[in-house]
Design a protein around this ligand. Structure first.
Ligand SMILES: C[S@@+](CC[C@H](N)C(=O)[O-])C[C@H]1O[C@@H](n2cnc3c(N)ncnc32)[C@H](O)[C@@H]1O
Length: 204
């Protein structure tokens, strides 16, 4: 499936009001495990790529500076309301394409990619940009499904014919991420029901 930012925006405009119902609880275990894995010290910085409606935001420690970016204004609108409602003063949200951010190199201690690697038009470019904005010795966390892995291998062929309308690629292989990122894998664990998703922690 080839896509572009306009297609991503269109898909997530449709999802924005129902995203929490569809993917809130069902992908929540992965988000919680990611937040547990994150070893952030007070004062450190974190970039969340594809922050969507901000479901991960309440799980981050409040003594770090969090920046959340997304290309979908409709998803960000929901995230902004959440930030306001929960008083998350340590969080800043920006409309930005994560494949070409305006951030200086080495801006963040932690870069988090939750359920976005298989959504973005060019996953390799997304990962290269994540590496660039991450500090030397920093951490990248990827949460995603991967082709042929566990129970996902059952769902994948069912979803494949609908890929263009889904707003994500169901059949992206892990080898592609490992090739794109080329950092040391610190840990790799199955998360969500039936181990549907993988949570991988990389360090430079
Ligand atoms: C499946 S949702 C994940 C939302 C959230 N991270 C979560 O935990 O549920 C993917 C999000 O990534 C955003 N996205 C996709 N490609 C992007 C890009 N290149 N730059 C910024 N955001 C992007 C979409 O607009 C959407 O909000």
């Amino acid at each position: 499936m080839t896509t572009d930012i306009a297609t991503v925006r269109r898909a997530y405009r449709r999802y924005a009001s129902i995203y929490g119902v569809l993917f809130g609880w069902s992908l929540e275990h992965g988000r919680r495990q990611l937040a547990r894995l994150l070893k952030a010290s007070p004062g450190e910085s974190l970039l969340e790529v594809g922050v969507g409606t901000g479901l991960l935001l309440p799980h981050y420690p409040r003594d770090i500076a969090v920046v959340g970016i997304d290309v979908s204004e409709h998803m960000l609108e929901v995230a902004r309301a959440r930030v306001e409602r929960l008083g998350l003063a340590h969080v800043t949200l920006q409309t930005m394409d994560a494949e070409t951010t305006g951030f200086a190199s080495g801006s963040f201690d932690h870069v988090v990619l939750p359920y976005v690697y298989s959504v973005t038009p060019d996953p390799r470019q997304l990962v290269h940009e994540a590496r660039r904005v991450c500090k030397p010795g920093g951490n990248i966390y990827v949460l995603n499904h991967f082709s042929g892995y566990g129970f996902w291998s059952v769902i994948e062929p069912v979803l494949r014919p609908f890929a263009s309308g889904l707003g994500f690629r169901p059949d992206i292989p892990l080898s592609r991420l490992l090739d794109d990122l080329r950092w040391r894998v610190v840990s790799d664990q199955p998360v969500n029901a039936f181990g549907l998703t993988r949570l991988i922690h990389f360090r430079a």
